[in-house]
Design a protein around this ligand. Structure first.
Ligand code: ADP
Length: 258
């Protein structure tokens, strides 16, 4: 379980990224964070694996306050927290298989990983993960030979190979066209359901959030302004999140990405 208790984050330049956040995310949930650009979605998600560090409050993951973690504990935290990025973060010149096997790095000793000595089980797991996102036929292609949607599927396979307890996806479809975005979201949801991995996704577009989320957290100016199931989202929720009523460019296809 993940619990934010009065969490605040002030960046060194004085910007308040998070203000007084109190949120509990239960195991197995599929949560989508929505909000305008700059609302704090990325800061929220990156606090969970300590890519950024909140400056006040407590962030409890599996009964421990991760804000006190030393480097050893941080490594363990990052091994159980898989991250998916907007720009895929693959090693472009490496092939798909090596990229996916990199998901085991947190579990494999440094010496083994330096010499590319992966265990048989790790290799089998990487194959299986590639099959699960239907990209196994590209296994020996270089990552930079793939389309954006294919690269994002490889990055999902890498996360699967990591066998994390939590998946954090920071704008995973912001660089993709609508059909490809739906495909990527469908894989994320399927994995959440099948493997019961708690999944937290930042999305720009509210219609896509409504389609896939169990629960929506709306953010605005560093604060949580809505937290509830999709069934409770109403016109006034949009106003709280966007400061105005819903319009065409809050919907996928309505506007260009900022
Ligand atoms: P979102 O993901 O919703 O677009 P962010 O979490 O990236 O929002 O940003 C929240 C606020 O924090 C914004 O005002 C942004 O400009 C600011 N911010 C983000 N990262 C940094 C940083 N490294 N240094 C200073 N300010 C930052």
């Amino acid at each position: 379980m993940i619990e934010f208790k009065d969490v605040g984050l002030v960046y060194p330049n004085g910007t308040e990224g998070l203000k007084n956040i109190n949120v509990k995310i239960n195991d197995g949930e599929f949560v989508v964070i929505v909000g305008l650009s700059g609302a704090g979605k990325s800061t929220f998600i990156r606090s969970i694996n300590r890519l950024v560090t909140p400056t006040t409050g407590e962030l409890i993951i599996d009964d421990e306050n991760i804000l006190n973690y030393s480097s050893n504990k941080l490594r363990m935290l990052r091994t159980k927290t898989g991250m998916i990025f907007q720009n895929y973060n693959l090693v472009k010149r490496s092939n798909v298989f090596k990229n996916v096997l990199a998901g085991r790095l947190g579990h494999t000793g440094t010496i083994r990983s330096i010499f590319n000595q992966y265990k048989k089980e790790d290799v089998a797991l990487a194959y299986e993960s590639l099959h699960r996102v239907n990209i196994a036929e590209k296994i020996y292609n270089r990552a930079d030979e793939l389309s954006g949607g294919q690269q994002q599927r490889v990055s999902i396979a890498r996360v699967l190979t990591q066998q994390p307890k939590y998946i954090l996806a920071d704008e995973p479809v912001a660089s993709l066209d609508p059909p490809t975005s739906h495909q990527v979201m469908t894989y994320l949801k399927k994995i959440n359901r099948e493997d019961k991995i708690t999944t937290i996704v930042n999305l720009h577009f509210i219609d896509m959030a409504m389609e896939y989320a169990d629960r929506i957290i709306g953010m605005r100016a560093g604060e949580v302004v809505f937290d509830g199931p999709v069934s409770e989202v109403s016109e006034s929720t949009f106003e709280e999140i966007y400061g105005r009523s819903i319009r065409e460019d809050d919907l996928r296809g309505g506007a260009k990405e900022s």
